[in-house]
Design a protein around this ligand. Sequence first.
Ligand code: UT7
Length: 329
Amino acid sequence: MNKITAAITAVGSYVPDFVLSNQVLETLVDTNDEWITSRTGIKERRLLKEEGQGTSFMAIKAAQNLLEKANLDPKEIDLVIMATATPDLPVASTGVYVATQIGATNAFAYDLQAACSSFLYGMSTAAAYIASGRYKKVLLIGADKMSSIIDYTDRATCIIFGDGAGAVLFEPNTEGLGLQDEILKSDGIGREFLKIESGGSILPPNEDTVKNKQHFVYQDGKTVFKYAVSGMADVSEQIMQRNNLSQDDVNWLVAHQANRRIIDATANRMGVDESKVLINIQKYGNTTSATLPLVLADFEHKFKKGDNIIFAAFGGGFTWGSIYLKWAY
Ligand code: UT7
């Protein structure tokens, strides 16, 4: 029997309607369109404004979009993995709620949190379940409502992040397509540079933490940038070398959309042509767990069966890594 590999067989996505442009941000904080565009590549981002709705709202929509496109009965799904850094509630898994809401009544579900690398790590987890032969249909969703943890008076963070969701289906493949290799890394040195101080077990929320805005994201952007550039470029170059991939063999780079300059540095190190570097950061900003599937959804029409795709991500923690996958349809 041929070896089982884990292939992506369907993609879905959802972004909220509300657009927050650089021009509007200029009225909120001391910034300007020229600075944001040249330093990050971002022009606008989407925000979920619906009262009382959390990350699950977008995750459900992205999953439903996938189910519809793939004409898939949700009862066939074995497992739902919800990659998110902004769960609906601190306790009570968002993935469980999403699975029930989309009608995946035969699946079990859970959340996976690795900051901006949540989706990349989720790909590894989903693929391992498939390659082991244990499950046949694993739905991986990446969704984040970053606007729920961002201080819109802090120009160091509010210009970067946005809300969104994407989903992919992993299924067994016996033609050698799907996930080929992965390099996943983490280093706790990152904890102090990108974090939310309060709301966890070290510092439960109280009046003072709220007054001090410790329930919002804090980022030392310069330091994170430095680590992200070298981290993402290193693993992407390594995975090419390890799999004997030349720059011509790589068809696409699907990188975490945190900063255009970080993506360009990674592409440069890999030596891949600009035309292979997939970018949608200008439309959505950094949607954390949703960046990779949103890129897949936006550029799905360009992919051909057998295309070699390098995924790369870097996020808080620090967490980072690269995955080499052959497109299956
Ligand atoms: O996805 C998870 C991982 N996160 C990341 O990968 C994000 C990594 N970091 C970054 O993308 C960048 O560090 C930022 C986009 C956050 C900031 O860009 P930077 O080029 O590192 O800017 P900086 O913090 O070094 O600041 C440069 C200058 C400073 O002014 P002076 O000291 O040179 O006069 C800042 O005060 O830009 C100023 N500045 C701003 N100006 C206008 C900082 N933020 C802003 C702003 N608008 N929003």
